[in-house]
Structure formats: structure tokens, C-alpha cells
Ligand binder design. Structure first.
Ligand code: PMP
Length: 380
């Protein structure tokens, strides 16, 4: 199987698997990390070592990183935690993942002032429209860092600098799920107050993620209970998930650093090879892309059928966010100005640092052949 749906989820590297056996109650190390005897302390130390590694990669203090059940929880948390009453205005973009968009719409329906900034045709936030949505009452801004639909990168340092001049007290949050491990990150220098991330996008087990909250930024705890995660997110920690995250993230980052030029070359290869097919274009600007996600707009083909055909040929690809696959259309491609017909032909290919050029060549051939076959059927 050639797997090109890594933005949906990434297979765990072998190193992560051994953590599962060791820590999911299958061995002696089953202790509750809150237990005060040596076994518990050992497990707690292992958790904190992962927290340290992630914090180091994000260039933030370890105590500012909180583990959650994933980025959906982290994104929901920032809405329930930072928006304290109706005086807090909220600004998001039309390019947000459902786990930001839906909490924002929930608040809007409850009568909060929620504004949605437009996207450009390239899939980034329209800067002028974004700035026009901000005012001194804005209490929370949430923007996606790298689009899970198109790979487009928002320049958060520039946007947060501009936003600060209008609403210095607003909490500026970013959904960093598709950026973690893929872009150089220095959150302390970025002007951001909070950042969400997810483990399974870098090869950890599903059901683990986290939220960075800048020290001094006031957000309410998400879960109340036994006081785990410094009282901000109670509940016994997902120990195997956290440890798998540590292993997977280390493997991912190492591979991304060692193979940086090959990864860039792989992306450029796909763009060149596939956009040369008649009636195929790339959504967004390949020059402003984190280099792991490529969405093709394929004329005269229903991507749903193409996806199945490719899967049968041993090539797994996506069609936009897997978690929104139950919703018709594509809110984000629509916001970029694409029509219904174009969206029907939208296919998402997403790479990992481990993706091999040889596999991409075979996948590209399968994609081209399948498109031609399908168009042949349509005409005939
Ligand atoms: N935000 C983005 C940009 C994503 O791509 C995803 C995963 N599809 C999420 C949030 C949700 O992450 P999780 O699966 O960890 O809840």
C-alpha cells in the first residue's frame, strides 16, 4: 500500500509500538502517574520527559504544555477557556478546521460576537479582511497555521503583530496540527498565546494531543477533578498515548531534518508531475505550502470514485479532512472561491517525512491512468 493520507493520520513508527506494550498495563509499568510511590513517580517522569521534548521543539517552557485527548479537545478548550463572557469578541478565519469552526459557530448561535475573516484564493487568511474584523473588544483570535485542506501557510508572526496593535489583550491562538514537526517553530518569538497540536499526525497513537498556553495568559481549566496537568486538565493521563507521542515525534523530527531536501523535492515532483495532466490544477499556491499536503482539482472526475479506484490499486489518498467526510461539499475550498464542480474533483495527497520518491512515482502513474480511464468512461 502506498499511503498518501498522512494528513488524515500517520502510521506509528515501530518505536512507538513498543511503548504501548510497556505501558498499557501489559507489563509491570501500569502505575497511575499520580501514585506517590516509586512506580508512579517513574511513569510521571516519563510523561514529563515527553512534555520537555515537545516544549523544547516549540521553544516554550515545559510547564506551558498541557496534554489533551487530541487537537479537537485543545481547540475546544481554547474557546471554553478564553471566552469568558459575551464581552469577548471572537475572530476566526473561513479556513479553520471543524474543531475550531464548530465551537466558534456554537458561540455565535449562543449570541456571542463571532466574526469570520475571508480567505484569499490561495487559501491563506485575507489580511485586510482579517484586520477589519478586529476591534478593541476582540478577546480571542484563532487561526490555522497550516491548512489541513491545502497545505497553505498563514504568516502568524506578521498577523499577530498587526493584531496586537488593534487588540493587545486578545488571546491569539493557532491550530498547529499540520505544522508540528513540519515547519520550524519558535512559539516564544511568534507572538502567539496558545497553540494546539495532535499526536497522530506525527505517528503517535490516536487520542493524544496538547495545548500550549503562554505563561501569564489566563484561560480556564478544561476538566475539573483530580488536578492532573497542573489543575488545567484533570483526568488520569493517557500514558501510552503520551509516550508514543514522545517516540513518534522524535522519529518524525529526525527524519524531517535529515531528509529536508528530499521532502522538498518530493513535493515539487508531485506538483510538477500531476499539474502537467490536462485539466488538473493545484489548490492554493505551491510556493506558500508547508510541503506535505497537496490538493488537486481534477476536471471531469468525481474524486470519490477516483479515491476508491486508487485504493483498489493500492494507493490511499484523501479527499479533504477525513473528520469532515460526513459533511457534504468543502467549506474551505468554497471559501477560496472554488465551485461545486471543481470541489467534486478535489483529491488530497499528503506526505510524511518517510515517503519515498519511488512510491510517489508509482502513485502519480496510477493517478494519471485512473483519471484518463475515468474520463474515457464519461465520454464513452
Ligand atoms: N486541526 C487540524 C488542522 C487537523 O488537521 C485535525 C485532524 N484532522 C484536527 C485539528 C483534529 O485533531 P485530532 O484528530 O487530534 O482531534
Amino acid at each position: 500500500m502506498i499511503y498518501l493520507d498522512n494528513a488524515g493520520t500517520m502510521p506509528p513508527p515501530k518505536e512507538a509500538g513498543s511503548e504501548f506494550k510497556e505501558f498499557n498495563g501489559l507489563s509491570d509499568n501500569f502505575f497511575n502517574p499520580s501514585a506517590t510511590y516509586r512506580g508512579g513517580i517513574l511513569v510521571k517522569n516519563r510523561i514529563d520527559a515527553v512534555r520537555n521534548d515537545l516544549a523544547g521543539a516549540l521553544r516554550v517552557p515545559a510547564e506551558a504544555v498541557f496534554f489533551t485527548s487530541g487537537a479537537t479537545e485543545a481547540n475546544n478548550w481554547i474557546f471554553s477557556g478564553a471566552v469568558k463572557n459575551k464581552k469577548y469578541g471572537v475572530v476566526i478565519s473561513a479556513g479553520e478546521h471543524a474543531s475550531v469552526y464548530e465551537p466558534a459557530m456554537y458561540l455565535k448561535n449562543a449570541g456571542f460576537d463571532v466574526r469570520v475573516a475571508a480567505l484569499t484564493g490561495q487559501g491563506t487568511v485575507d489580511r485586510a479582511d482579517f484586520l477589519s474584523k478586529l476591534d478593541e473588544n476582540t478577546g480571542l483570535i484563532s487561526l490555522i497555521h497550516v491548512s489541513n485542506e491545502t497545505g497553505a501557510v498563514n504568516d502568524l508572526a506578521a498577523l499577530s503583530g498587526l493584531a496586537r496593535a488593534i487588540c493587545p489583550k486578545a488571546v491569539f491562538h493557532a491550530d498547529g496540527v499540520q505544522a508540528l514537526g513540519k515547519l520550524p517553530l519558535d512559539l516564544s518569538a511568534s507572538g502567539l498565546d496558545a497553540y494546539s497540536f495532535s499526536g497522530h499526525k506525527v505517528g503517535a497513537f490516536k487520542g493524544i494531543g496538547g495545548l500550549y498556553v503562554k505563561p501569564g495568559v489566563s484561560i480556564r481549566p478544561f476538566m475539573l477533578g483530580g488536578g492532573q496537568e497542573s489543575g488545567m486538565r484533570s483526568g488520569t493521563e493517557n500514558v501510552p498515548g503520551i509516550l508514543s507521542f514522545g517516540r513518534a515525534f522524535a522519529a518524525f523530527s529526525r527524519q524531517a531534518a535529515e531528509n529536508a531536501s528530499e521532502i522538498r523535492g518530493n513535493f515539487a515532483y508531485l506538483v510538477d508531475r500531476l499539474s502537467a495532466i490536462e485539466g488538473v490544477s493545484v489548490a492554493g499556491d505551491p510556493a506558500n505550502n508547508a510541503g506535505y499536503i497537496l490538493t488537486l482539482l481534477i476536471a471531469g472526475v468525481r474524486a470519490e470514485v477516483l479515491q476508491t479506484l486508487l485504493y483498489d490499486k493500492g494507493v490511499a489518498v484523501g479527499r479533504g479532512a477525513a473528520c469532515s467526510s460526513k459533511k457534504p461539499g468543502n467549506r474551505i475550498l468554497e471559501a477560496m472561491g472554488h465551485g461545486k464542480k471543481e470541489i467534486e474533483g478535489a483529491l488530497r495527497l499528503s506526505l510524511s517525512p518517510f515517503t519515498k520518491r519511488e512510491a510517489l512515482k508509482r502513485a502519480a502513474t496510477a493517478i494519471e491512468e485512473s483519471i484518463l480511464t475515468m474520463r474515457g468512461y464519461r465520454i464513452g
